[in-house]
Design a protein around this ligand. Structure first.
Ligand code: CP
Length: 320
């Protein structure tokens, strides 16, 4: 496996879940695979879980790990070709990528949507330059439109906790004070639609996800109706994807607090588990009592980030 952005890159998801279970049972089983190999993790944005879990995953596989925070200690990078570099950016990505790749065997990249243009974000221009110019396997640690390591960890968690063969999984939009990317909901929807679950998503009008990730699936605009009978409730905020009105891309269209997941919402479900990728703003996205309940899976989900990353890096090491 040379690239990891979408569930299709893993192939058969059932097999990938079996591999995840095998690794969870013995996370050091493949420690000789990464001997004398180096994993470079490049962060254009802040991170807690991705930074720690991906380092741990590479170490599980016996790799050396280098972590680079582009905005702290490296030269500021220009990412667009053709720009006259007379501003504060001292180095171009087109030189930086081959230099960085010369020091490593596998590259992970974290780069958020910039909300400057929908076209630029949805073309995944930054991570695609790494894929094109590094000559190394590249995986997304959340890029402009996707967060596949998170979605895979979420799927592993659902597999571990599900009580029926085909559980009902409901992703609900929830309010947030700032404009957030669509990477997590895009990937969660894409992975759930590829998995053996009954997937529904609910959001206010204007927040419809891009068909690239949801196909023909339309949202249920009535949140309470969507939550009825849910086995898993996955809360997440996202800004306007600009599908119906491209001019609204990246805007906050609603801060309606009725969408916050509280115990009244959870009472509509089939005693559902609560999920969120973290970090989460309490009492905006979810009430204290719901996130602290025994049915909250936010910590197991975060812990499974180590497992999803171990499977992905292992697959990349095997194809070197
Ligand atoms: N869920 C997630 O990716 O968390 P971080 O932003 O802290 O890495």
């Amino acid at each position: 496996m040379n690239t990891f952005l979408y569930p299709s890159h893993l192939g058969d998801l059932k097999k990938a879940l079996e591999e995840a279970a095998e690794i969870k049972n013995d996370r050091y089983k493949y420690q000789s695979l990464g001997k004398n190999k180096t994993c470079l993790l490049i962060f254009f944005n802040n991170s807690l879980r991705t930074r720690l879990s991906t380092q741990k995953a590479a170490m599980n596989l016996g790799m050396n790990v280098i972590v680079l925070d582009i905005n702290q200690g490296a030269w500021k990078l220009e990412t667009e070709r053709g720009v006259v570099m007379d501003g504060d950016k001292s180095e171009h990505l087109l030189e930086a990528i081959p230099v960085m790749s010369s020091y490593c065997d596998i590259i992970g990249v974290r780069t958020f949507a910039r909300f400057e243009s929908r076209e630029a974000d949805y073309s995944e221009s930054i991570i695609n330059q790494f894929i094109k110019y590094s000559g190394k396997p590249v995986f997304s640690m959340e890029s402009a439109t996707v967060h596949p390591l998170q979605a895979f960890a979420d799927l592993i968690t659902i597999e571990e906790y599900k009580k029926t063969v085909r559980p009902k999984v409901v992703m609900t939009w929830a309010p947030h004070p700032k404009a957030l990317p669509q990477a997590v909901p895009n990937s969660f929807a894409q992975w759930m639609l590829a998995a053996d679950v009954d997937f529904v998503y609910t959001c206010p009008e204007g927040y419809e996800l891009d068909p690239q990730f949801v196909g023909d699936l339309q949202p249920e605009y009535d949140q309470r109706k969507a939550l009825e009978g849910a086995d898993f409730v996955y809360a997440k905020n996202w800004s306007c994807p600009g599908v119906t009105r491209p001019a609204d891309y990246g805007k906050v269209l609603s801060k309606d607090m009725d969408w916050m997941v509280d115990s009244a919402h959870m009472a509509l479900t089939n005693n559902a588990y609560f999920m969120h990728c973290l970090p989460v703003r309490r009492n905006m996205i979810v009430s204290d009592d719901v996130i602290e309940a025994p049915t909250s899976l936010v910590i197991p989900e975060a812990a499974n980030r180590e497992i999803s990353a171990t499977v992905v890096i292992k697959r990349m090491l095997e194809s070197l």
